[in-house]
Design a binder for this molecule. Structure first.
Ligand code: FES
Length: 171
C-alpha cells in the first residue's frame, strides 16, 4: 500500500494550509486527521508522517490517535477520491452544481463511496487554483473550468479507463 504522492501535490498543499488554520486550537490533531482523511480518503503512513511533521508532534502520537478511533482508516476505501472545491471562487462559479452533478452521476452523497469502491466523493475548501474555478481534484489530478456536463464527462472517462483495465485483465 503506497501512496507515492509528491509533497508539492495539491492534496498536500491543501492539507498544509488547513493545518496552519487548525494549529493553535486544542484538539487540532483529530481535526487535522479528519481533514487529511477527507482529502486523501485514508491515512497511510506517509500522510501520518506529514501531519506529525507539520503539527510538530511525535509520529507515535499520530499513529496512536489513528488506531484508537475507528473512524480513521489506514487502508483506502476507494481507488479514486473526488474532492469538489467549495471555496469562495468555486462557490461563485457554481460548485454546488458540480457536487450535484457528481453525486447524480455516481449515485452517492458527499462522504460516501460507490459500491464498486471506485470513487469516494468529498469536498474541500480551495486548492489554490481559483483561476480555474470551479475545480475538482481526483486523487492528485486537478480539473478546472468545469460545468455539470463536463464533470460528468471526466467521471465517465475514468470509468472507461476502468473498463479497459478490466477487459485487459480478462484477456
Ligand atoms: S476556491 Fe476553489 S480553488 Fe480556490
Amino acid at each position: 500500500m503506497k501512496l507515492e504522492i509528491p509533497v508539492d501535490s495539491p492534496q498536500y498543499q491543501v492539507l498544509k494550509r488547513d493545518i496552519a488554520r487548525f494549529k493553535r486550537k486544542s484538539g487540532s490533531l483529530i481535526q487535522v486527521l479528519h481533514r487529511a482523511q477527507e482529502i486523501f480518503g485514508y491515512l497511510p503512513a506517509e500522510v501520518q508522517y506529514f501531519v506529525a511533521h507539520e503539527l510538530d508532534v511525535p509520529v507515535s502520537q499520530v499513529y496512536g490517535v489513528v488506531t484508537f478511533y475507528n473512524f480513521f482508516r489506514m487502508e483506502p476505501v476507494a481507488k479514486h477520491v473526488i474532492n469538489v472545491c467549495m471555496g469562495t471562487a468555486c462557490h461563485v462559479k457554481g460548485a454546488e452544481g458540480i457536487v450535484k452533478a457528481v453525486s447524480e452521476e455516481l449515485g452517492i452523497k458527499v462522504g460516501e463511496t460507490t459500491k464498486d469502491k471506485f470513487f469516494t466523493l468529498s469536498t474541500a475548501r480551495c486548492f489554490g487554483a481559483c483561476g480555474l474555478a470551479p475545480v475538482i481534484m481526483i486523487n492528485e489530478d486537478v480539473y478546472g473550468k468545469l460545468t455539470p456536463e463536463k464533470v460528468k464527462e471526466v467521471i465517465r472517462e475514468y470509468r472507461l479507463e476502468k473498463e479497459k483495465e478490466e477487459r485487459g485483465g480478462a484477456n
